[in-house]
Design a protein around this ligand. Sequence first.
Ligand code: SAH
Length: 286
Amino acid sequence: MSEASKRFPLTLSNVVEGRPKEGRQKPGAAKVATPQTATRNAAQHQQRPVAVKPAAVAVSLPATPAQPARNGAAVPDSVRGAMVARLAKQGIADRTVLAAMEAVPRHLFVEPAMASQAYIDASLPIGHQQTISQPYIVARMIEVMRDNQQQGKLERVLEIGTGCGYQAAVLSLVAKEVYSIERIKPLHELAKSNLRPLRIPNIRLHYGDGMLGLLQAAPFDGIILAAAGLEVPQALLEQMSVGGRLVAPVGGERQVLQLIERVSRFEWTRTTLEDCHFVPLKSGTV
Ligand code: SAH
């Protein structure tokens, strides 16, 4: 599509470098399977007081949108703060991720009638039988992607399944360049109109089949799939940089979150993380 020929950055998003996070995963831990769900996670953490200081990490979006958002509903900052505190209790420990979740006004990505539900830990409908992912899983996937050998530094990331554009906005605060592909044209347009008022310069939205990846922008340090396939498309594995991390839901009725790391030119490792539930990954465009 035409955006492919334009140079970075476009007018959509702003660049904020990811910061190192504490407690990175040990090399070699990659093949351990750790089944856990958001609920189990929450139960495990609820006894432990968690100090969340996301404000200590400098991530921000422009304070005043250039034009009124389609959803002007006022949602107090404290509601988003409560969501972030809940994410920490659910086990999200990466402060950069928590800060990014705090910075993005999630209610602007759902229908005005649903704005009051935007910060509950649930996926919500965005039309065309698709959903905005639940906050926990958005944060979790980004946390896993950032847990790399570069202390969380991410140059270029790819998201498959833009939907309403929410996760792309969160990603724009942890990576230098964000590419996001959507196969349903009206959702691609919806994401554009949701993101435009936020004026984030480092997001590039593409309309197309994300199963093919985005060869012209590859390789990617991180790839996130927001839809579940029975397996991870080969093209995406090939478009990872060495040291890159891909996080994807895999499965049909029963799905698990998988982390794939490219350890060398010809070698990838796979780790199964936890159960999850996503809309299906489909080929082609509509
Ligand atoms: N990232 C979104 C989640 C959107 S739901 C968020 O921030 O909440 C997943 C999206 O993946 C849907 O919009 C669906 O249309 C899209 N999708 C499914 N298969 C795809 C494919 N092959 N290429 C691109 N997008 C795809």
